[in-house]
Design a protein around this ligand. Structure first.
Ligand code: FAD
Length: 437
C-alpha cells in the first residue's frame, strides 16, 4: 500500500495539474495538504505582516472552492499549520507516507522548504508546471538565456516554440488514508478562513471596491474559468494593446493575475482559450500582446532558474552601490501620503483593494526607488504584503527591472510622475476616486 502526500502550493487547481496527476498515478492512498506557515502572520524586517488581508481572503476563497471540487472526487483537503518541513514531516509520520509530490518553485525560500524536507531524508518529487513554455523546450540552455527580454522573446518566436496543451482535471483520485491521526495536530482546522486568520465575508463587504474594479474577482478555479471566458469576449482582447496601460476599468486588461498567482488558473489553459478566441474572432495586435505579456511572466520564471538567489541580493544582478533607505519616506509611501498625488492615489488603491494596474505599479515603484531613494526590496516586500496577485517571480523580477538591478539594459526606469499624470489621468478622475478616501 503506497501512501503519498500531495502538497498544494501556488497551484490551487485541478485542471492542468501535472504534479497532482503524477502523484495520483503512483499512490494507493493520497493525502492532499495545504500548509500555512505562521511566518506569513509575522512582521517582516520592514515592519509589517507578510501576508495582508486581501491575499488571505482570496486564498481562503480559493481553498474553499478547491475543497468543494475535491469532495466530488471523494477527496478531502487537509490544512497543516507550521513551517512546511516540520508540518509535513510530522504529517507524513502520522499517515506513514512514503513521499511528497509538489510543484517546483524556483525561488530561494520555496527551494529551501524542499531542501529541508530532503535533509530530513524525505523523498520529495517536485514537478515544474507554472510557466507557459517548458524549460526544456526553450531554444537555449538556462545558462545561455538572453539577458534582455527582447532577445529572449525573439529567440523563442524564431524557434517557433509552442506551449503544451493543458491537461484535463483528474476524473478520479486515490482515496485518502485514515485521517484520524491528524486530528490532534496543533492548530488542526478544516476551515480555510480560520487557517488564514481572516473573516469570511459576504458580497457586500469591504471588498466591494475591489469587485467594482474586478467583477467576479473571488478566488478559486471555478471563478477563474468563468472570468477567463468573460474576458475572452469581443472586443476586449482585440483592444488590449490600446487599453492595457489604463489606470482603471473593468476590461482594460485581462485581470487574470490573481488566479494565475494562486494557481487557480493555469497559464496553458489561458493560452488554449486565447488560441480558440483567435480561431473564432481573428488574431490581432491585442491578442499578440497578451502572448507578449505572458512571455514576460515566463521570462521572470526562467530568470529565477538562471540566477536564483542572486535576484534577492541588495544589488540584484547589477554592480550598482547598495541601495539607500529612508524609513520615514518609505512609511509615507506605504500610507499613500507622499504629497505626489498620482503616487498617493495608486498606493491608496493598492491598500484598499490589493490591486493596482501595471502602469500604476511602475509609477509607484519608480517613485520609491528613484525619487525617494529607498531600498527596492522594501517596496517588493510591501507589494508582497498587499497584492492579491502576489507572485514571487513577477514581483521580484519587476522590482529589479524598475530599479535597474535586473536585466534591463537601461539600468533603471524612472517614470516622471508629472508626465505620467498628464498621459494617464489628464482629467484627474483616478486621483479624485482614490484621494477622496
Ligand atoms: C513593481 C511591480 C510589481 C509587480 N508584481 C507582480 C506580482 O506580484 N504578481 C503579478 O502577477 N504581476 C506583478 N507585476 C506585473 C503586472 O503589473 C501584473 O501582472 C498585471 O498588472 C496584472 O494585471 P492583469 O492580469 O490585468 O495583466 P494583463 O496586462 O492583462 O497581462 C496578462 C498577464 O500577463 C502577465 N503580465 C503582464 N505584465 C506583466 C509583467 N510586467 N510582468 C510579469 N507578468 C506580466 C500577468 O500574468 C498578467 O495576468 C508587477 C509589476 C510591477 C511593475
Amino acid at each position: 500500500m503506497r501512501t503519498l502526500i500531495f502538497w498544494f502550493r501556488n497551484d490551487l487547481r485541478l485542471q492542468d495539474q501535472r504534479a497532482l496527476l503524477q502523484a495520483a498515478q503512483q499512490a494507493d492512498r493520497l493525502l492532499l495538504v495545504y500548509v500555512h506557515d505562521p511566518a506569513q502572520d509575522e512582521a517582516t524586517a520592514w515592519g509589517f505582516r507578510r501576508m495582508g488581508v486581501h491575499r488571505r481572503r482570496f486564498v481562503a476563497d480559493t481553498l474553499q472552492d478547491l475543497i468543494a471540487s475535491l469532495q466530488t472526487l471523494g477527496q478531502q483537503l487537509v490544512f497543516l499549520h507550521g513551517p512546511a518541513h516540520e508540518a509535513l514531516t510530522e504529517c507524513a509520520r502520522r499517515v506513514q507516507a512514503q513521499a511528497i509530490f509538489c510543484e517546483d518553485i524556483a525561488a530561494p525560500e520555496e527551494q529551501a522548504q524542499v531542501q529541508d524536507l530532503r535533509s530530513a531524508e524525505f523523498a520529495v518529487n517536485t514537478v515544474w508546471q507554472s510557466s507557459l513554455l517548458e524549460p526544456e523546450k526553450r531554444p537555449f540552455e538556462v545558462v545561455d538565456m538572453p539577458q534582455v527580454f527582447t532577445a529572449f522573446r525573439q529567440r523563442i518566436e524564431a524557434a517557433g516554440v509552442q506551449p503544451l496543451p493543458p491537461l484535463a482535471a483528474p476524473a478520479v483520485l486515490p482515496p485518502p488514508p485514515d485521517l484520524a491521526p491528524l486530528h490532534t495536530l496543533p492548530g488542526w482546522t478544516d476551515n480555510p478562513w480560520t487557517l488564514l486568520q481572516v473573516q469570511q465575508t459576504s458580497d457586500s463587504d469591504d471588498r466591494s471596491n475591489f469587485r467594482d474594479h474586478l467583477p467576479r474577482c473571488q478566488g478559486g478555479e471555478t471563478n477563474a474559468l468563468a472570468h477567463l471566458q468573460s474576458y475572452l469576449t469581443p472586443p476586449w482582447p482585440d483592444r488590449y494593446k490600446q487599453t492595457r496601460n489604463a489606470l482603471q476599468g473593468q476590461h482594460t486588461s485581462s485581470h487574470w493575475s490573481p488566479w494565475l498567482a494562486t494557481g487557480a488558473l493555469s497559464v496553458r489553459t489561458i493560452w488554449t482559450a486565447l488560441q480558440t478566441y483567435e480561431q473564432q474572432h481573428g488574431a490581432n495586435d491585442g491578442t499578440y500582446w497578451l502572448w507578449f505579456e505572458l512571455l514576460w511572466r515566463d521570462n521572470f520564471r526562467f530568470l529565477h532558474l538562471q540566477h536564483g538567489r542572486q535576484l534577492y541580493a541588495a544589488r540584484g544582478l547589477s554592480q550598482l552601490p547598495r541601495p539607500s533607505h529612508f524609513p520615514k519616506d518609505f512609511q509615507r509611501w506605504c500610507n499613500g501620503d507622499t504629497g505626489e498625488p498620482i503616487v498617493d492615489a495608486g498606493m491608496r488603491e493598492l491598500a484598499c483593494t490589493g490591486y493596482t494596474s501595471n502602469r500604476m505599479r511602475q509609477i509607484v515603484a519608480s517613485y520609491l526607488v528613484h525619487d525617494l531613494a529607498c531600498d527596492w526590496r522594501s517596496g517588493a516586500a510591501w507589494f508582497e504584503s498587499q497584492l492579491v496577485d502576489f507572485d514571487v517571480y513577477s514581483n521580484q523580477g519587476n522590482w529589479l527591472y524598475v530599479s535597474g538591478r535586473g536585466t534591463d539594459p537601461r539600468q533603471g526606469r524612472r517614470f516622471n510622475p508629472v508626465k505620467q499624470t498628464q498621459d494617464h489621468d489628464p482629467q484627474g478622475r483616478y486621483r479624485k476616486q482614490w484621494l477622496s478616501r
